[in-house]
Write a protein that binds this ligand. Structure first.
Ligand code: ADP
Length: 615
């Protein structure tokens, strides 16, 4: 466990509170207030009880006793009401706490540059911070719980000191008892108890941190082998056919053994808290002895004995808890620091400010000017010297074999990545100069690996909780989903998949692709990009989509990516990609006329699957 300076810990803790204030408003404050009242209450009861006993043992004035009784009843009543209100508020906030924490991660993920989303190191940072928080409460949740412990310990210490001052000042007439050495011994015992407890906590924390690390790994492997492999019907097919359960069983056995070893280490560590408890017990005995001897020699009355005995043990508790809070703070600061490292990942993509002119005539032209691109940390070019220009309303097809750079071309056009060399222009202006969100809003894309969610069909199409039903229906129709829609039990309100709704419907890959197409149409952006839109469709549905492509895309500028050349013939212009380069450009007829070109070669290779065999 790397050590952090006290100063750094202070700043990390304060920043943690700042995040709690922003994402979980009122939670830490509510907890602190609740604990303040909760911890003060017993002191008030003890104080009143001591006064009542002293009065009964001395002057026995009924009015004074009545005032004390009313005082204790009233304060307890008010405190109990306040506590129950705060308890309700805090419980509600604490139950929402985990969802609020989720928002911290989703906000950051959404604001990350796209290449960081694909960066394994960064995603590992997120995963580790998320797993630590959700599995053990490490970091922010510890801070919430630690707030209660901090307030409790401070109240216990301050109130105890205030209520035991008289113990050390009162005179018994016996010199031996009034000797200040006693005071030193009592405090030394209390501090020793607290110190040994904090040592025990530090030792426990060391084992706990290791255990957390192992358990995170255990959980990841368990989720994969235990949940994914066995529970996921798609994967369960492979597991059964290839008997993969034997590998999984071996890994799970290893994990169980590993966990057993960890438990043994944890068990061995319990010796430290046990020793701490013995020392604390001895310290308490010395304290009680001090009170008892002083009382024996007549330093104070019976009521005060009750007060000192009750309060001294709380002073010990308070000190021990404060030590615990400090060592716990060391642990959660390490986790908070890791969370902050993830939250502080900067956006390195240039953020322009130009507004994208929303043109009524939809006149937008895009130009790739000598664009080359390498994915981060790969050292190889996915695109090389791409020069392409296309105009509003044009239908551009991008064809090429798998891995030729088609999807990368789209990612650059949508500015998910910036070119390594060269520039991309929209209406003659480098796209980096435009406001990022505005620029992205002019594109509707159906990516090859698009995702639909287990929400209602309408919500999926609109990508929003609220939607215009008429527009959703129209887009589904244009995407060719109208026939299937008729069989959906609740129309566009039908839930997709069964994750959240047992009445949800399962859909085929082809149907999902049509819904994704409808989603792109719903967005109604001037550019529509379809990346292998027919990959999961059967040949008939594929034919249906591309023969109606002009109708589907309407007057929009459309980019149609496919490795199936037959589906690109209807486009105004075809760009043939090969190994990251644009090898040819032209119409279908022009390209086919060049019998030495890549297009001709690909066309002939594929046409045998589409045209009857003549041999
Ligand atoms: P296509 O869409 O034509 O199948 P891609 O654009 O997906 O091709 O890929 C072009 C090249 O870039 C391939 O060599 C591929 O392995 C590589 N590539 C694609 N995505 C990534 C990525 N996220 N990181 C690193 N390399 C990638």
């Amino acid at each position: 466990m790397s050590k952090m300076s006290i100063r750094k810990r202070f700043f990390v803790t304060m920043r943690g509170f700042g995040i709690l204030k922003r994402y979980c408003p009122g939670l830490a404050q509510g907890k602190a207030l609740y604990e303040l009242i909760n911890s003060i209450q017993p002191f008030i009861s003890v104080w009143f009880s001591a006064r009542i006993i002293n009065e009964i043992c001395t002057q026995r004035r009924a009015a004074t006793i009545a005032i004390y009784v009313i005082g204790v009843v009233l304060t307890n009543f008010i405190f109990s009401i306040l506590k129950s209100i705060l308890d309700r508020v805090c419980n509600e906030k604490e139950s929402q706490m985990w969802s609020w924490f989720g928002k911290i991660f989703s906000d950051k993920q959404m604001s990350l540059d796209f290449d960081d989303l694909e960066n394994a190191k960064i995603q590992h940072m997120r995963q580790e911070a998320e797993e630590n928080l959700y599995m053990f409460g490490n970091g922010l949740a510890q801070l919430v719980w630690g707030t209660s412990a901090l307030v409790r310990s401070l109240v216990n210490i301050l109130a105890s000191v205030a209520m035991t001052v008289t113990l050390f000042l009162s005179r018994s007439g016996n010199k031996v008892i009034d000797n200040s050495a006693w005071i030193l011994i009592v405090f030394a015992c209390i501090l020793l108890g607290g110190f040994s407890n904090s040592k025990a906590t530090v030792k426990e924390n060391e084992v706990f941190m290791k255990w957390c690390k192992d358990t995170v790994w255990f959980n990841r492997v368990f989720m994969f082998f235990g949940k994914e492999l066995y529970m996921n019907p798609e994967k369960a097919k492979d597991v059964r056919i290839y008997n993969q359960n034997t590998i999984a069983a071996k890994v799970l056995d290893k994990l169980i053994q590993h966990d057993r070893e960890n438990q043994t280490a944890l068990f061995k560590m319990s010796i430290f808290p046990a020793m701490a408890n013995i020392i604390i017990g001895l310290a308490n005995t010395v304290c009680y002895l001090f009170v008892a001897v002083k009382a024996f020699f007549g330093a104070f009355g019976a009521g005060s004995i009750v007060q000192y005995v009750a309060v001294l043990s709380r002073l010990g508790d308070g000190l021990q808890e404060l030590m615990y809070v400090l060592s716990d703070n060391e642990v959660y600061c390490i986790h908070l620091q890791k969370l902050f490292e993830y939250m502080d990942i900067p956006n390195h993509m240039y953020q322009g400010s130009l507004t994208v002119e929303k043109r009524d005539d939809n006149e937008y032209d895009v130009e790739f000017r000598d664009v080359s691109f390498q994915y981060p940390n790969t050292g190889t070019y996915a695109l090389r010297h791409v020069n392409l220009k296309f105009k509003t309303g044009e239908k551009l097809a991008v064809v090429g074999m798998n891995g030729s750079g088609k999807t990368t071309f789209i990612k650059l056009m949508c500015r998910l990545y910036d070119p390594t060399e060269g520039e991309i222009l929209l209406n003659g202006v480098n796209i980096q100069k435009y406001d990022y969100d505005e620029y992205r809003s002019i594109f509707s894309v159906v990516f090859q690996d698009f995702r639909l969610f287990a929400f209602g069909l309408g919500q999926n199409v609109a990508a929003s909780a609220d939607y215009d039903s008429g527009h959703v229906l129209e887009c589904l129709k244009r995407a060719g989903f109208d026939e299937r829609l008729k069989t959906m039990p609740n129309g566009i309100k039908t839930c997709l998949y069964k994750d959240f709704d047992t009445d949800g419907v399962e859909i085929s890959g082809g149907e999902a692709q049509k819904i994704a197409l409808a989603r792109a149409l719903y967005k109604d952006a001037p550019f529509i990009i379809l990346d292998e839109p027919t990959a999961a469709l059967d040949p008939i549905s594929e034919y249906e989509v591309y023969s109606r492509f002009n109708e589907i895309a309407g007057g929009k500028t459309a980019v149609y990516i496919s490795h199936r050349l037959a589906s690109c013939r209807f486009c105004d212009k075809i760009a043939v990609f090969h190994k990251g380069e644009v090898m040819q450009k032209g119409t279908h007829e022009e390209l086919l006329a060049n019998i030495n070109g890549k297009y001709y070669e690909l066309w002939n290779a594929q046409s045998q699957y589409y045209t009857p065999h003549t041999k």
